[in-house]
Design a protein around this ligand. Structure first.
Ligand code: PEP
Ligand code: MN
Length: 368
C-alpha cells in the first residue's frame, strides 16, 4: 500500500508526526519513505510493506498528513503506475524535463573515436538547436578484440566540448560501477560544463550489482535498455532495482529483441510496446531505432527503415529517441553501418517533428 502525503509537508509538523506514529504502530507493517522531487514541490510517499490486506484505506486517508492512498501490486512498487493516472511521472535534470508527456532527442556518436568527430557532431547538434546527445566511452563488445571505447581518456574533451556547444545531457553507457567515479571526477575537474545520463546496456540489464550501485547514487538519471532476450516483466523489474535503491529518475529504452524473425533488421523492432510501458509504469519511454534496425536500408518510398521505425515509435507516444550519427560512418570504430550522416540531421529532426505532431493530434482525438 502506498500512502501519499500532502505536498511539501514538513517532517517536523504535528500532522506528519501523528500520521507517522499511526502508521508505525500498525501490526506487521514496515514503513519505507520515498521523496519524489518535483519541479515545484516535493512529495513524500510512504510505502507500507507487509500484510496490508486487512488495512482500512479510508481510515488511513483520514489521517491529517495524508492526501491519498493507493493499493499497489507487488510488481514495480515504485516505478509502477498502479492504475493511478494522477501519480507524477518524470523529472528534470540539468534544466531538461523528462516525462511521459514530452519528447527529447539524443542524437550522437555510438562510440567516441576522436576529438575531431566529437566536435563536428556537437557543432551540428548546436546548429540544429539540440541540447542532448549520446557519446559512448565505455563500449561493451561481443568480440574481445574489437575496440572497447576510449574510456576515461576521452571524457575531458567530450565534457569540455559539450559545454562549449551548449549540450546539457549526454547519454553514456557504463559497464562497471567504477565508471561513475571516473565520470564524477572528470565533470568536477572540468567545472561541470554538462550533465550525464548513465546508460545501462542491453547486455547488462540484469547485472543486479551494477543496477544497485547505479541506484544508490542520485547525481545522474539512468537510461535502462530493455534486455534483448528476457521478458518485459524481467526488464521492468531490472528498472525497479534502480528505484528500490533510491534512484527513480529512470527512463526505459526499447531497442529491439534478439530474434532471427527480425531479419533483415539487426533486432525485432519492439516500438509497439511504447504505450504498454506507459500503462504499466511511470517511466518516460525511449526508443533506439539505430540498435534495433541496424542498417541504412530504404524502402522503395526512399525512406530509410530507421526513419520509418523512429516515426512509428514517436507516433505511438515515445518520450525520447536515442540515435547514432557519425560525420564519416565508414570511419566509425563501432556501428558505422547504422549511423546517420550529420547532413541528415535536419531531415531526421523534421521527420520526428511530423510524427510527434501526429501523436499530439491523435492524443487530442481521444480526449473526451
Ligand atoms: C548502445 O546504445 O551503444 C548500445 C550498445 O546499445 P545496446 O545496449 O542496446 O546494444
Ligand atoms: Mn552501438
Amino acid at each position: 500500500m502506498l500512502v501519499i502525503l500532502h505536498p511539501d509537508i514538513s517532517e517536523d509538523s504535528v500532522e506528519y508526526q501523528e500520521t507517522w506514529n499511526y502508521l508505525n504502530n500498525l501490526q506487521d507493517i514496515k514503513l519505507k519513505t520515498h521523496i519524489v522531487q518535483g519541479q515545484q514541490q516535493n512529495l513524500t510517499e510512504i510505502y507500507l510493506i507487509g500484510n496490508t490486506q486487512p488495512l482500512d484505506k479510508e481510515q488511513i486517508e483520514a489521517l491529517a498528513a495524508v492526501e491519498r492512498v493507493i493499493r499497489i501490486s507487488e510488481e514495480y512498487r515504485i516505478l509502477g503506475r498502479h492504475k493511478d493516472t494522477q501519480r507524477v511521472s518524470g523529472f528534470t535534470y540539468n534544466g531538461i524535463r523528462f516525462g511521459q508527456d514530452n519528447l527529447n532527442i539524443f542524437a550522437g556518436l555510438c562510440a567516441v573515436d576522436n576529438r575531431k568527430h566529437v566536435e563536428m557532431t556537437l557543432r551540428a547538434l548546436q546548429d540544429n538547436k539540440q541540447q542532448c546527445t549520446r557519446m559512448g566511452a565505455y563500449k561493451p563488445r561481443t568480440n574481445p578484440y574489437s575496440f572497447q571505447g576510449h574510456g576515461k581518456e576521452c571524457l575531458p574533451y567530450v565534457f569540455e566540448l559539450a559545454g562549449k556547444f551548449g549540450v546539457k545531457v549526454i547519454a553514456m553507457e557504463i559497464t562497471h560501477e567504477g565508471h561513475i567515479e571516473e565520470i564524477d571526477a572528470c565533470l568536477e575537474a572540468a567545472g561541470q560544463p554538462t550533465g550525464v545520463m548513465l546508460q545501462v546496456g542491453t547486455r547488462n540489464t540484469q547485472n543486479f550489482e551494477l543496477l544497485k550501485a547505479i541506484g544508490r547514487q542520485n547525481t545522474y538519471p539512468v537510461l535502462l535498455k530493455r534486455g534483448f532476450g528476457i521478458t518485459l516483466n524481467e526488464s521492468l523489474n531490472a528498472a525497479e532495482y534502480l528505484a528500490s535503491e533510491g534512484n527513480d529518475n529512470v527512463i526505459f529504452c526499447l531497442r529491439g529483441m534478439k530474434s532471427e524473425f527480425g531479419s533483415p533488421h539487426r533486432n525485432l523492432v519492439d516500438f509497439v510496446h511504447v504505450p504498454v510501458i506507459k500503462r504499466l509504469t511511470r517511466m518516460p519511454v525511449c526508443i533506439d531505432p539505430s540498435h534495433s534496425v541496424g542498417t541504412r536500408d530504404s524502402a522503395p518510398d526512399g525512406i530509410m527503415d530507421l526513419m520509418h521505425a523512429t516515426a512509428q515509435g514517436v507516433i505511438a507516444g515515445a518520450n525520447m529517441v536515442l540515435v547514432d550519427f557519425h560525420p564519416y560512418p565508414s570511419k566509425a570504430l563501432v556501428d558505422g553501418p547504422q549511423a546517420l550522416l550529420l547532413e541528415e540531421l535536419p531531415v531526421f529532426l523534421e521527420d520526428v517533428n511530423i510524427a510527434h505532431e501526429a501523436y499530439q493530434k491523435r492524443y487530442q482525438l481521444y480526449q473526451a
